[in-house]
Design a protein around this ligand. Structure first.
Ligand SMILES: [Zn+2]
Length: 279
């Protein structure tokens, strides 16, 4: 397809194929590296406003001020021992960028038994204030101007919301201590097909979707060595969640993710946690 609006932020290719049209936006697959990105995104100003309000304009307005699922804690507790098998002995300070309502900080606080000094940065005002009310050390930092460094910087469920993830990851070098860690969690769409991409894809709240190789390449190019990659299925259900999903299938105006669960496993999207160390 002709694409004169956006080139790929990862490999700079201008060649791409239309993958999905949703809410007035075109999600394309890069011919060069295989990531998915919107090639007619909102303007920088529109994205900035949406980031602070949680309201995204498209053909339909998208309100993303929903609280995370409580199951996030269970997921984080499963993944943390795999990422940090020796615990947090060398970790004194931790900044969670785009911390939302502070779910991950809450897990870290309990998991580390308060041994780590935790900070959160969140541009969305509703989420930021909710986290502050829960006693979390959360505000909004402009990371380009920020002069503090942290032993670990995490970026969970943030990547897909960034206008240019490569530039953003590069800017995180400023806030990671020498030899410190950067932890990124996002979906890996390497084997995802048009059919198996979970819909709605949440455009334009989501601006792009990564592949494992693209993320690893970006981290390497900006000066991080990969320590470990932990992957888990994006769609996994406990028995009572299955029951709830079946109810959703019957109710009008409810969409269930259950149908994606029955697609071939190799085409299902995965959630990846990539831990990297500053060189
Ligand atoms: Zn590309």
């Amino acid at each position: 397809m002709s694409n004169n609006e956006q080139i790929c932020y990862n490999c700079n290719s201008g060649e791409s194929q239309l993958f999905l049209e949703e809410n007035g936006f075109n999600l394309v697959k890069c011919d060069g590296c295989g990531i998915l990105y919107i090639n007619n995104p909102p303007t920088g100003g529109e994205i900035e406003v949406a980031t602070t309000t949680g309201i995204h304009d498209g053909e339909k307005q998208l309100d993303v001020n929903v609280r995370y699922r409580k199951s996030a804690d269970r997921l984080y507790r499963k993944v943390l021992p795999k990422l940090f098998p020796d615990g947090f002995s060398d970790v004194n300070t931790w900044l969670d960028v785009g911390c939302g309502y502070g779910e991950f900080l809450e897990t870290l606080q309990n998991y580390s038994r308060n041994s780590v000094e935790l900070f959160g940065s969140e541009p969305n005002v509703i989420k930021q204030q909710a986290a502050q009310k829960m006693g979390m050390n959360v505000s909004y930092y402009d990371l380009d101007e920020h002069d503090t460094k942290y032993d670990v910087v995490s970026l969970l469920n943030v990547y897909s919301h960034l206008p240019n993830p490569f530039e953003f990851i590069k800017s995180l070098r400023n806030v990671v201590s020498p030899g410190g860690f950067l932890l990124i969690q996002t979906g890996d769409i390497t084997s995802v097909t048009r059919e198996s991409l979970i819909k709605p894809a949440g455009l334009p709240d989501h601006l792009s979707f990564a592949t494992e190789s693209a993320l690893i390449s970006m981290l390497d190019r900006v000066g991080f060595d990969i320590e470990s990659v932990v992957k888990i299925p994006s769609i996994a259900f406990t028995l009572d969640q299955v029951a709830k999903e079946i109810v959703k299938l019957i109710l009008p105006n409810k969409s269930s993710f259950l149908k994606y669960y029955f697609l071939p496993k190799k085409t299902q999207s995965q959630s990846m946690f990539v831990l990297a160390r500053l060189r």
